[in-house]
Design a protein around this ligand. Structure first.
Ligand code: TYD
Length: 210
């Protein structure tokens, strides 16, 4: 709990493309603030000045701009700065942090789908973030998510969002693997139904932290 001067809780919101993550981030932050918690919202890639610069390098340009290893290391470098400048200070001040994507995106995208393997990407990120793994990662799941994002983004999909459907299926499979390997930390949450229903499901998965 934060109200007794301890460390805040660190929540990451994850999922494939087009699962309604951004809407849910706003809704979840609002509910937690209504309960009296001091909540910081942030996002990846980005969230700090330096990391936003790296975001630009990662998401723009042709897919072949970065190889798999360079891509994973750039995400980790951005994350190291994000933790250093934003996340760790907030948590140490007793604030809650909700991040739109965090390390589990790297494990699923670069590790699971990108071919480096989840454990190799976990090692890289261990150097970047040390002990600052999320207390809970909520993964929104929606079978038709990919299609919704493609319709939304059209030709404008970014370097990673625009990858073939097989890549995004591998991302979804990797998130499932992560939830099986770490059931306490990583929870899959059904993103179908009304936004209010989804927010309630997210809250249910945080009940023990509240
Ligand atoms: P973003 O515009 O934030 O998309 P979304 O709305 O899907 O969250 O773009 C982030 C993209 O970067 C998205 O395709 C997921 C990808 N990504 C990784 O591949 N690895 C990572 O570690 C992170 C944080 C994001």
């Amino acid at each position: 709990m934060t109200t007794h001067g301890g460390r805040g809780q660190f929540i990451a919101l994850e999922g494939g493309e087009g699962v309604g993550k951004s809407t849910q981030l706003v809704a979840l932050a609002r509910v937690l603030r209504d309960r009296g918690l001091d909540v910081v919202t942030t996002r990846e890639p980005g969230g700090s000045d330096g990391a936003e610069r790296i975001r630009d390098l990662l998401l723009n340009g042709p897919d072949e701009r970065w190889g798999a290893e360079a891509e994973a290391l750039l995400f980790a470098a951005a994350r190291a700065d994000h933790v250093d400048k934003v996340i760790r200070p907030a948590l140490l001040a007793g604030r809650w942090v909700i991040s739109d994507r965090f390390v589990d995106s790297s494990l699923a995208y670069q590790g699971g789908a990108g071919g480096l393997g989840i454990e190799a990407v976990r090692d890289i990120n261990g150097i970047a973030i040390g002990e600052w793994f999320p207390d809970r990662t909520l993964v929104l799941t929606l079978p038709e998510g990919g299609e919704r994002a493609r319709k939304r983004d059209g030709e404008g999909a970014d370097r990673i969002g625009g990858r073939a459907s097989g890549y995004h299926e591998a991302v979804a499979a990797a998130f499932r693997t992560l939830s099986e390997a770490e059931p306490e930390r990583v929870r899959l949450v059904d993103a179908s139904g009304s936004p209010e229903e989804v927010t309630q499901r997210l809250l249910d998965q945080l009940a023990d932290l509240l």
